[in-house]
Every structure is written in structure tokens, then in C-alpha cells.
Design a protein around this ligand. Structure first.
Ligand code: HEM
Length: 454
């Protein structure tokens, strides 16, 4: 097979860095970029040859321009599919396209009005419990709190009030356990035979099937009761395929719901944690958000109608996801030989759009490390070509929940700022932990003080 004509990281170099790489691949990849340029080839984990690129043109090519020549890698499809079933995130080809066409309209901005009400209701309860928690000890790690909140938001957006507290905790626990197991499978692929022999694989499969039964119960109950609600489950139940006029089976809805649970909470939770971190480091920017809140909401809850008016907050969220993209990397496999920007791509190559690298390359963003929400003001937004900024991916597989996530972050940040003063706990180590999503490795500890209510 002819090799791509790009710099290769010598195997000895990548093996030399392997332990650091397993702990945190980002600094190593960044260092290679500095030495070898925006696009290079290396053997990931010392074995799988992959083309890693922080060049927006590479991302655009594989995700959009010639997306038909690329499929998702086994990591994204097979491993996840084992436990989640065949939903939007894990399916490919004609089945994926049919599902995407069916479900996409339900996630359109204008269809999310009722969901914003649910977001507010869940946040009400969250704020009560947070106030209780910080009553005696104001120090708190915001990261697990954001996980809990975003999981509840996605669960109640799916099943509105029919989710029982205990079942919510159970589902959240199962989803977390399964995700941790998938990370182990991806990070330590040589242990996969052991996972099968030791029964670990079967144990996690059983867990996912049991949780699937809980989800299935909600679907059956709703279908049988004939009750109509304003939530995502209703949208999934009501959507009909254009060609047949029929809807999805319960099993299909179960799989899609499972995928939404997994895809729809951890990314948003991480984004929120990093945003609170950045705001605690940039009081001037925090003050501007507060001024906007005062002008537009003046202490009232944000609503579907006034969320679009919170434009400075939107800029802050966007800039935070540039510096800390929750989905920091993605990958695709070439189905046939191809060429990108003059680089020959042999069939079977793995192309890795390194989203973090794209966002942090000086070549793409001058003074890239600086937190500057003005990069996203209306004037500059028009000048910015796509794919220099891709927190939600791009092309036909662009995140289906992007409007959902943006609204959710606006609601959560505004409501927390309306209810609490906060500052960063001093002398803590803040470090990125790039797993499937970009987590804070040791959490982010804040001191939270409830605001006096009038
Ligand atoms: C800040 C929050 C979020 C970020 C950064 C994010 C990021 C992404 C990215 C980068 C992809 C594309 C992956 C690829 O092409 O390889 C994706 C896909 C997806 N996301 Fe999100 N996401 C977020 C929130 C959500 C939410 C809230 C939901 C649902 C409620 C969701 C549901 C999905 C689904 C179903 C897919 C697969 C779409 C498809 O392949 O057709 N995401 N997301």
C-alpha cells in the first residue's frame, strides 16, 4: 500500500511518549503539531496508523465534502452499539440516514419550547438541593453536580415527569458504569479477550439490557395509555417515515432513547464545568454576563422567547467550547483511496480530526489560548469560515442536540448566577482528562454562597 505523503512520527518517538499519551494525549499531540505541522501520521497506541489533523480543511473533507467515502470507526460504532443498540450515534449508512431524517425535525430550535420549560423545572429542583448542600459547607466540586443535572434534564426531556427519582438514579448509574467499561475497552484493547473470559463483558451487557427494560416500560406505558405529552418521547412516538407513513417500533425508540441519554448529558456537563471555571478566572466577563441578565431577565427565569436575546452569554459559551471542546476528537475510516489537500489517503486509513487541535492552533485562531468571547460577536462570526470551530462536529452527522445543548447551557448558567455567588477554591489542580469527552481530571471546586432572596 502506498503511504500518505505527510510527516510520520517515528515509532520510537510515539513509544517513548506512550505512558504520557495514555494519561493525557493532548499535550503530546500538540507538541507533535508544533514540530511536524498541522497534519501528521502516527501509530496510535503503538499499533494503529492514523492521520491526525488540526487542519480545518481535513475535518471539512471527511465530515462534509466527501463524507460518503468515510464511516465512523469501530470505537464509535461497535463498542457503543454492543451496549446502546442501534441508534443515531451508533448506526451507519441508509439506516442512519433514515433515522436522522425522521428525528431531526424534533430537535429543531423552534420545536424546543416545551423542553425549555422542562429544563427550568429540573433546574428548580437542582438549585434547591444545591442550596441545601452548601448550607454547612460552601466548597463543592461542580463537575459531578453538572453531570447529575444534565442527566436529569435529558431524562425528563425524554420522559417528562414519568421518570421516578429512584429509576433516574438507577439509569444514571448504569449509563455511567457502561461508559466506564467502554472507555476501558477502547483504552486497553489488548484486555478485550480477558473481558470476555472474565464475564465483565456479559455483566455489562446484562446491565444495559436491564436498564433497557426500564426504558421500554416507559415507552409501552405511554403508547398504551394514549396520553400525549410535550416531550422527546412523544416526538419519537409521533414521527412517521416519509415512505411508509409508519412510525418506529418500541425497540427502535428504546435504542434512540438510550443513545440520547449517553450523547446528551456528559458533553453538556463538561462544557458547563469548564465555563464556571473560566468565569471564576475572568470576573470582568462574568460581570458582563450579569449585566446582560439584569437588562433582559432582571431576575426572572429565562424563557424560550428571551433566550436568543442573551447574546453575550452565547458568545461566552461558544468561546468556552473553543478552549475546552467537550468532544475533543473524532475519527473516520476511508472506504476507498482518496486525496485531501494534496495528501494521498489510502483506503482503510483512519483520519482523526483533532477538534481540540483545530481550536487551539495559532494558525486557525490568533492568540489561541486567550479567552476572548469577542471572537464570537456578530461582526466576526460572518468572517469565520466553518470547520475552524467544530464543537458539535460538522456535515451530515453534526450533533443533533446542538440547539438543545445551547439552550440548556443558557438556562443552567443563568439560573445558577441568579441564585449563587461563586469563586474558585484556591490551590487546587485543574487538569484536562480527555476520555471520550474532555473532563476536568480532579473536578473543579468552587465556593458557592446562596444569594439572599428578596
Ligand atoms: C455541549 C454539548 C454537546 C457537544 C459538545 C456535542 C458534540 C457532538 C459531536 C462532536 C457530535 C458528532 C460526532 C461525530 O461526528 O463523530 C455529536 C453527535 C451527536 N450528538 Fe451531540 N453534543 C452535545 C450535546 C448533545 C445533546 C444535548 C444531545 C441530545 C439531547 C446530543 C445528541 C447527539 C447525537 C444523537 C449525535 C449523533 C448524531 C448523528 O450521528 O446523526 N448531543 N455531538
Amino acid at each position: 500500500m502506498t503511504k500518505p505523503n505527510i510527516p510520520h512520527i517515528p515509532l520510537s518517538t510515539s513509544l517513548y511518549h506512550i505512558f504520557q499519551f495514555v494519561k493525557n494525549p493532548i499535550p503530546i499531540l500538540q507538541a507533535y503539531h508544533e514540530q511536524y505541522g498541522l497534519t501528521f501520521m502516527m501509530k496510535l497506541g503503538g499499533t494503529i496508523p492514523s492521520i491526525i489533523s488540526s487542519d480545518p480543511a481535513f475535518a471539512k473533507h471527511v465530515l462534509q465534502k466527501n463524507h460518503r467515502n468515510y464511516r465512523k470507526s469501530l470505537v464509535q460504532t461497535k463498542h457503543l452499539k454492543n451496549f446502546l443498540g442501534n441508534g443515531l450515534l451508533t448506526s451507519e449508512g441508509p439506516y442512519w440516514l433514515r433515522q436522522r431524517r425522521l428525528i431531526q425535525p424534533g430537535f429543531h430550535k423552534n420545536r424546543l419550547q416545551a423542553i425549555v420549560d422542562i429544563m427550568n423545572q429540573v433546574t428548580d429542583r437542582f438549585l434547591e438541593s444545591l442550596t441545601e448542600k452548601v448550607r454547612y459547607k460552601s466548597e463543592l466540586d461542580i463537575s459531578p453536580e453538572m453531570m447529575r443535572l444534565t442527566f436529569s434534564i435529558v431524562a425528563e426531556s425524554l420522559f417528562s415527569t414519568s421518570v421516578k427519582e429512584k429509576e433516574l438514579d438507577y439509569l444514571s448509574e448504569v449509563v455511567t458504569t457502561i461508559q466506564e467499561f467502554i472507555i476501558k475497552q477502547v483504552r486497553l484493547p489488548f484486555l478485550n479477550p480477558w473481558f470476555k473470559i472474565s464475564g465483565a463483558f456479559a455483566k455489562h451487557k446484562r446491565l444495559s439490557e436491564e436498564a433497557g427494560e426500564v426504558v421500554m416500560k416507559y415507552i409501552q406505558e405511554r403508547r398504551e395509555s394514549g396520553e400525549v405529552r410535550d416531550d422527546l418521547l412523544q416526538m419519537l412516538l409521533d414521527s412517521c417515515y416519509e415512505d411508509t407513513g409508519e412510525g418506529m417500533s418500541n425497540q427502535q425508540i428504546r435504542d434512540e432513547s438510550f443513545v440520547l441519554f449517553v450523547a446528551g448529558h456528559e458533553t453538556t456537563a463538561n462544557a458547563l464545568s469548564w465555563i464556571f471555571y473560566l468565569l471564576s478566572k475572568h470576573p470582568d466577563i462574568l460581570e458582563k454576563i450579569k449585566a446582560e441578565e439584569k437588562e433582559i431577565l432582571n431576575g426572572h427565569k429565562p424563557s424560550f422567547d428571551n433566550l436568543p436575546k442573551l447574546s453575550y452569554l452565547t458568545q461566552v459559551i461558544e468561546e468556552s467550547m473553543r478552549l475546552y471542546p467537550p468532544a475533543w476528537i473524532t475519527d473516520r475510516v476511508a472506504l476507498e483511496d482518496d486525496e485531501i489537500e494534496g495528501v494521498f489517503i489510502p483506503k482503510g486509513s483512519i483520519i482523526v480530526p483533532f477538534i481540540y487541535g483545530v481550536h487551539l492552533a495559532e494558525h486557525n485562531w490568533p492568540e489561541a489560548k486567550k479567552f476572548d468571547p469577542e471572537r464570537f460577536n456578530k461582526a466576526t462570526q460572518k468572517e469565520r469560515p466553518g470547520f475552524k470551530y467544530l464543537p458539535f462536529g460538522g456535515g451530515p452527522r453534526l450533533c443533533i442536540g446542538n440547539s438543545f445543548a445551547m439552550m440548556e447551557m443558557q438556562v443552567v448558567i443563568t439560573r445558577i448566577l441568579q441564585s449563587f455567588h461563586f469563586e474558585l477554591v484556591k490551590h487546587q489542580t485543574i487538569e484536562m482528562e480527555p476520555l471520550i469527552t474532555l473532563r476536568p481530571r480532579y473536578g473543579i471546586k468552587l465556593l458557592l454562597h446562596p444569594k439572599a432572596t428578596s
